[in-house]
Every structure is written in C-alpha cells, then in structure tokens.
Design a protein. Structure first.
Lengths: 452, 478
C-alpha cells in the first residue's frame, strides 16, 4: 500500500518505522531539510521537503495514487488542512492528529463528518486511555484487547514471592481449574512460546489470555495480589494528565495533580473541580512525601521530561507505592527504565504508531490480506495476529494437538460466533472462526503459514 | 564496519555475474565456438564457487549498513567483477595478458569503450557479445541490478544506490529502493530492445544490432568492426545517434513521462542545457568541417552525441578534423551527459550549477551584502550541494591531472597522453592522436594500462567510493 506521512517528528518517525516494517511504500513530507536527511538514510522511503498542505508538494509525493494519508505534524490546524486537501485530491483514507482538547470535544465529530476523515488520533488521549486500562488491573504492565474486547491479553511481571513461581504451566492449570493460556514469556532478552512443561521463574514477563470477565478471579487464584486503585497521584498537569484525571474522577477515584506552573494549575483546577491540584515542584521528594506519596495507590509521572519521569518513578517505587507508571517517549530510554526496575512504562508515540499500523492492516485486509488485527507484544519482539478463517482453509476439523505447528507459534484463542474459546488440544479450527496466533521472531501473512 | 554484510553482498554479486554469463554461453553455442564456451564455463564455475562460499559462510547477523559500507561494497564489487569478467578473455587466449584483459573488462563495465585490441574482428562472437554485454550491465550499475533481482539486499540499500549512481543528488523515484531499481532497469531494457528492433529493421545483421544496442544503452562504445560505426548505413547511424542522446538523459524523466507528468520533463533545465550544448557543438563542427549538408550534419551530430554521452562510437576519424573541432570534442568529453543517465563525465547539471555558483560569487563582489541563491530546476540549490559540487570539481581536476602525470613517461606527445587521461576518466573511449578513434591503447605499457583502468573506475564511480574503500580508517576499528 502506498502511504503518505506528513511530519516526521517523534510520532511521525515511529509511524514510519512500523509502516516500513510491514512492507508499505511510504512517502514522507516534512518542511525541515534536516529532519528529512536524518530519516532518509535510516528507512527505505521516499522523502519530500515541503509543506504538507501544499498542493504541488502533495502532487510530487504522489497523492493521486496513494491509498492512505497520515498527517502528524505538531500543528493541529496544519494537519486538518492537509487532510482536507489530501481528501479532495482523492486519497480515500485520511488520518489526522488532533490533540488540542478544544478541538476534541463535540466539534471533532462534526469536523470528521464534514471533511470525511477516516480516523483522528489524539496521542495524549490514547495514552490516558492506556493508563486507565492498566489501573483497572494494576497487576498488569500492559493490556491488549482483541476482537472488540472479547479477548484480553494481559502482560505481567512475576515477582519473587508470587505463588506460581517455580511451577510448570501444567501444574498451574491443575491448581487453578479455570481456562487460561500463558502465550508468551520474556526472560531476559529472549522471547519464548512456552509449552506445558515450561517452569516459570521470578522476573519473567508473561502474557496471559483468558475471557475478560474471569481475569480478576484468575489472578487471585494464581496468588497475584491486586490492590484496587482508589487514590491516584499524578505528577505534571499535562494534557494526558487532564484526560486521565477526567476518566478517573468519573470512575470514582480520588485524584491529586501536582504541577509547578501556577497558570497550568489554575486552569486544571478550573476544569476539574473534583481533583486536588497542588502547585509545587514535584521533583522534590519532600513535596511528594508531604502530599502522601507513601499512602497513595498509584503514582503516575506524566511530565514532559522523560528523564525526570524515570527518576521520580524510581523514587516512588522505593517508597512502596503499589503501582508506578512512567511516561517515556524515547524508545531507547524505555529499555533503560526497565533495567532500573520500572516495569510499567507507557510511550505515547508507540501507542499512536500501533493504532496507525493496525488501521493500515485493516485497510490492507479489505484489499485481500487475511490479517484482521496485529498487536506488538513484549516490546515488539513478539506479535499477536488475528486471522479470519476462510472456507478454503486446509486444516479444518483437525484437532489442535494433531496440528504440526512451526516452532515459536501458538494458537492463543478462537472466537466462534462471537464467543471466546481458550483453545485446548481437542479443539479445532473451523471456517468462519477468528483465530488469534502468537508468533515470536517471524512475521506471518496467512493462517496457513503457521503450519510446518 | 559490518564485514559480514560487505562480503556476503559480494558473494551474491559473484553468483549473479556467473548467472549473467549464461548469455555469452548461449552465443557461443549458437556460433559453435567451443574454446570460448569452455572459457566462460570455467569462469562461471570459479564465480559460483566463490559466491557460494561467501554467501554460505558469512551470514550477517544484522543487515544494517551505513554510508561507509555502501561505498566499500560498491568499490570492491566493481573491482572484483572486472577481474573475474576478464578471465574468459585470458582463458580462451584471445587476450593472453591478464592486465590487457582487465583493462578491456574495466573499460567494458565502466562503459568507457577504450580497447587494447588492434584487431577487434578477430574475436569470437561469444567474446564480442560478453564485451558489449559488460557495457549494458555497467551502464545502469551492477549493484542496482543486484538490488532489483535479489530480495532484501539490505534495509538501507539507499547507501549502495547512492554510491553507485552518478550525479550530484541521487533520489529514489518510488519509495522502495528495490522498486526504484526495477523501474530503472525496465525502462533501460525496453529502450534497448526498441533500438535493437529499429536497427534490425535497417537491415543490420541481428548479432550486430544486439551488440551495438548494448554499447549504445550503456553509453559504452565497444564496436565490433575496426572502423566502429562508419560502415553501417546512414539510417543505422541516425538511429544510433538518436539513441545515444536518449540514453544520455536522466532516467527519472522517463519515469515521469510514464506516469504522465509531462510538465516537469519539459521544464527540466538540465535537459534544456543538454540539448542546447548538443545543438551548438554540432553546428560549430558541421560548419568547421563542411563537405555536403547532409553528410556534415550526420557526422557532426553523431560525433557530438557520441562524445557528450561518453559513448565513444565514431563514424569518422575525428582526429583528422581541424583543431577547432577537436577542441570542441575535448571540451565535450569533460562535460558528459545528464545526471541519472548511463553516461559519464562531469554531468551537465554539475557544470550548470558550477557556472551559476561562479556568477553568484561575481555578484557578491559587486554587492557584498546581497543575498543570492543558486537556483536550478526551479528550486534553490542547497548550500551543501553547491559546496559538494565545487569540491567534486576540484577533486575531478586533480584526479585527471594525476593520471596525466602518472602516464607522462610514455613516449607519446602531450595531446595523446592528456586525451587518454581525459577520455578514460570520463569513460569515453577514444582520445586524440595516438589513441584516436582508429587507434587503440595497445601501445601503452602495463603500468599505464593499470593507471588508466583505475582512472576509468574512479570516473565511473565518481571518485569517492574507491578512495573510501582504500582508506585504512574504513577498515580499522576506529
């Protein structure tokens, strides 16, 4: 597919990286020659230096033959304008980044309909949503949802004193007596697709699928302690913090926001009367302690500085705050943060690039590929793919235990008539099913690719 | 330095060269030339053995390459491909000396067309075919070909492409490097086939049409007759002249024509300059050497086209022309064709930007505070590009003079040596006086032949790749 991306800042580069990785033809438009020079050498793409809302520039970028248009420059207005022009030039699918909260209320719907946008993305809102989901299941470090929420894949890190550490998967299954599947385990740098004999160790990062409604009881039976989040402390009154606080307050949680800028604090206090807004410098440990860091259920560091977020989150962890989440934008810092013991890190730009590559997948799907959705797990080292089973699929009516799968492949879930099934050895794949496959270290394009 | 990636790529290239030798093998079979056939088969076996060894034993863990690896791969590939391409000549005994054969093959791949053969017609058909086929591959670039046929050479193959494709700024015409290479080769092959058909329609023998089309397409210039193109009909001469000019045009423009964007093609400043130079030079030579109207126009246009595109075919011995015409030819040799074409030389766009930069410097002297941008192709040329072109021009002159000095101990006059240096460096082929169109380079010593081979490679790859590949710091862990 041919995709034009306007703007190659942090988010743009992340999007380009994932789109190129999936084999799309990508053309990048940016008005900074320096940004163009940098990205041109790293990815196999075509670059055009110019204004993304300029007709001639878009002609040069080949807008007449493009399938998808993504505008993610720093300016909402420029993004909207270039999407309008691209849409008028005949690109059917336009994606626009709109992050100003003032455009993100009711006017957004009106705007989307009027200029026929396919998708608007708001990185701050998406990040807030991701954090909100994690807070609902605090033991998790990451949650992915499949098939419109029928399935969830929860990633969690096993602590030293967890009950299931040292048990094999078969033993756990006997003890828990509930349907679940450990799909993927990350140990050190290695990503493993485990079988029944696999023994879990402390420090493993595991991905579990189970029907959504049974997760709470499942985790309890596994001995993974979960404390319900009631009080949340947020450092940095950023846009993300605002969206998140709004969701948390609506869910009945107590929210405390700390920011050192008085103007910002006044604004947030005005918009969120239920929240406690503190005007102080949260990078001082004294301030955090005074505001009750040690008694809070969750601490979120959402300032604009990656380094500050990492360091303060480390401090919060050391004060035994049950759930600590840091916002880290740069990928290389994410790895460092995990080494420092921060298990839960969210990255807005990765969230956004996931959404866009998922959209591109779905689009390609309508053009003939079989992959419904794709999720990156374990920092991109493994993939979860959702396939539609066509009627000409060769391996129907064969019990799963008789299928000869390729190594590092696992069938993690089957959705039949909208009901999720956690697959066991005597299940089978039928036409019309949706099948979720986890693959490590390989990329699949068709369901038949999983067979040996 | 990602050594494994560099040598793995070289291995792939060896395999591909072996596969490409199937074509001359078929020619040998058709003409029942068994000794040539044998020579090709031995070379293929050596290439396949080396290629398989390198590709199987050196499997790179990461496929990431940087500019440094790109330059090194290109330089080493061109050297090795030429060395192995010379083997059939040596094994079959047509060119017994390896240095001669190496010179001939480098001259082929770099599309120079300078020959050490005094009697071309003595070669077998298989050898003649291979000699001209090297023009065809070298014209668009060996690695561009490899890129087009091998899946996933590297994620960053743009570095290789940039090192191999001549011109001040190398850009892709479609987002993926592989697709760009495919499109370029497709245009290239279709145009070559078209020329072949037109030549064959003009009653030229099939073998001659194929071989001469290869020579024109790569802007090479190896003929198969002692008098180059002179003995063919005027129709064939015109067809070759027109196609030489066409192959000297930036291939990106053909792609724009294909996707029906005509405006930028007709507005291209480089194209205007190119045609203007051809028109003026042809007119000057036609008047200077006037015999009859149609003959003079044909001879002058053919020769100008042949020299400016750095092909080197000839219909007339221009060494016997008056000094004015010879001087025009010498200047055209240095100018070269358009960037992004198969031609060599300095390139029209570089020359145009150089002149515009010089004009800006004049203006600056008169109005010290004036802001003047150099504009080309309706765009402001970036400061980095103008500086790069000026540096390249300096380096280019230094290299030519160095080659001229290195070969100056030869017992020839200055005209011969200077024109040999210029002709080889710019990938033309024939020079003036003792290396004129009717002569060959056979009188030079082995040392000079090696220096001139290096000059041809330097000129084809535009200097930097070879120098970078042979700089110690490229190879050491620094």
């Amino acid at each position: 597919m041919k995709i034009i991306v306007v703007g190659c800042g942090k988010v743009g580069t992340a999007i380009v990286s994932s789109l190129v990785g999936e084999g799309h033809d990508v053309v990048v438009v940016d008005n900074s020659p320096q940004a163009i020079t940098e990205i041109r050498d790293v990815y196999d793409i075509m670059c055009i230096c110019g204004n993304g809302a300029n007709f001639d520039t878009l002609v040069e970028a080949g807008a007449d033959s493009a399938d998808m248009f993504v505008s993610v420059t720093g300016s909402d207005e420029l993004n909207m304008l270039s999407c309008i022009i691209a849409r008028r030039m005949g690109i059917e699918h336009t994606v626009c980044r709109v992050r100003n909260p003032e455009y993100n209320d009711k006017s957004l719907n009106f705007f989307r309909q009027q200029i026929d946008l396919s998708l608007t993305i708001n990185p701050e809102f998406l990040t807030a949503q991701e954090i909100f989901n994690i807070l609902k299941l605090p033991a998790a470090v990451n949650i992915e949802t499949f098939s419109r929420g029928a399935f969830e894949l929860v990633e969690l890190i096993l602590k030293q004193d967890t009950q299931i550490v040292g048990m094999s998967l078969a033993q756990i299954k006997k003890q828990v007596a509930q349907s679940f599947l450990v799909c993927v385990v990350q140990r050190g740098d290695e990503v493993i697709i485990p079988d029944g004999k696999f023994v879990l160790e402390a420090g493993d990062r595991i991905g579990i699928t189970a029907p959504k409604s049974e997760f709470q009881s499942l985790l309890k039976k596994m001995g993974i302690v979960q404390k319900h989040t009631r009080n949340v402390m947020i450092l940095g009154a950023s846009t993300t913090a605002f969206y998140l606080a709004k969701m948390l307050i609506a869910g009945g949680n107590g929210v405390k926001i700390i920011d050192k800028n008085r103007e910002t604090c006044l604004k947030v206090a005005d918009l969120l009367p239920q929240a406690t807004v503190i005007n102080s410098d949260g990078s001082y440990q004294e301030v955090l302690l005074e505001e009750g860091l040690s008694s809070t259920d969750a601490f979120l560091s959402l300032t604009g500085l990656d380094e500050q977020n990492i360091i303060i989150s480390c401090y919060a962890s050391s004060q035994n705050v049950p759930k600590v989440i840091a916002k880290v934008n740069r990928a290389e810092l994410t790895v460092m943060a995990e080494k420092l013991g921060l298990d839960c890190v969210v990255s807005p730009k990765n969230t956004v690039s996931d959404v866009i590559s998922r959209y591109a997948r779905a689009l390609q799907n309508s053009m003939g590929s079989n992959v419904e959705t794709l999720y990156k797990l374990m920092d991109g080292k493994a993939e979860a793919l959702e396939f539609n089973v066509q009627s000409d699929f060769k391996y129907q009516h064969i019990l799963l235990k008789d299928l000869e799968l390729r190594p590092n492949i696992l069938i993690a879930g089957i959705i039949r008539k909208r009901k999720p099934i956690i697959p066991k050895g005597d299940d089978e794949i039928l036409a019309g099913d949706k099948v979720i496959v986890i693959a490590a270290g390989q990329s699949l394009n068709d369901l038949s690719d999983i067979m040996r | 330095m990602n050594f494994k990636m560099v040598f793995n790529t070289i291995g792939k290239v060896c395999n591909i060269e072996a596969i490409l030798m199937i074509l001359p093998v078929i020619t040998c079979l058709i003409y029942r030339e068994w000794s040539s056939l044998f020579a090709f088969l031995i070379t293929m076996a050596i290439l396949l053995a080396l290629g398989t060894f390198l590709t199987l034993c050196l499997r790179p863990k990461d496929h990431i390459i940087f500019a440094k690896e790109g330059f090194t791969i290109v330089a080493l590939v061109w050297l090795l491909v030429s060395a192995f391409g010379a083997l059939p000549f040596v094994i079959s005994g047509f060119i017994p000396s390896f240095v001669d054969a190496f010179f001939e093959t480098v001259s082929g791949f770099t599309t120079t067309g300078a020959s050490i053969l005094d009697d071309v017609e003595a070669l077998s058909h298989g050898m003649l075919f291979w000699r001209s086929f090297t023009h065809f591959i070298g014209g668009m670039g060996f690695l561009v070909f490899v890129m087009a046929v091998i899946p996933n050479l590297s994620d960053r193959s743009i570095h290789i492409m940039r090192a191999e494709m001549p011109g001040p700024v190398v850009g892709k015409i479609v987002p993926k490097a592989k697709d760009t290479a495919k499109i370029l080769y497709l245009i290239y092959i279709v145009m070559t086939a078209l020329e072949f058909v037109l030549l064959a329609l003009g009653n030229m023998p099939i073998f001659d049409s194929i071989v001469l089309s290869f020579g024109t397409a790569g802007t090479g210039g190896f003929g198969i007759k002692a008098d180059s193109i002179a003995s063919y009909s005027p129709y064939c001469q015109w067809v070759i002249a027109v196609f030489m000019i066409l192959f000297g045009i930036n291939f990106n423009l053909y792609y724009l024509l294909l996707i029906k964007r005509f405006k930028p093609v007709f507005k291209s400043s480089e194209l205007h300059c190119y045609f203007a130079v051809i028109a003026v030079a042809s007119a000057a030579i036609a008047i200077n050497t006037f015999k009859t109207l149609s003959l003079s126009i044909r001879e002058s246009v053919f020769q100008v086209a042949s020299i400016i595109t750095t092909t080197g075919y000839s219909t007339v011995d221009f060494d016997k022309w008056p000094v004015l015409s010879k001087s025009v030819i010498l200047v055209l040799m240095m100018l070269g064709a358009c960037a992004g074409s198969t031609g060599g030389g300095l390139k029209v766009s570089r020359a145009a930007i150089l002149i515009k930069t010089a004009r800006r410097e004049f203006k600056k002297l008169i109005h010290p505070h004036a802001i003047n941008n150099v504009r080309f192709e309706d765009k402001t040329v970036e400061e980095e590009t103008t500086a790069g072109i000026a540096t390249y021009f300096g380096l280019y002159m230094v290299c030519i003079l160095a080659v001229f000095l290195l070969i100056s101990f030869e017992p020839f006059d200055i005209e011969t040596n200077l024109s040999a240096a210029i002709s080889c460096f710019n990938n033309i082929g024939p020079g003036l006086a003792k290396v004129g169109p009717s002569m060959s380079y056979s009188a030079y010593s082995n040392f000079t032949k090696l220096v001139l081979s290096a000059a041809m490679l330097l000129g084809r790859l535009e200097i930097y790749p070879l120098i970078i590949a042979f700089t110690p710091s490229t190879w050491l862990r620094k």
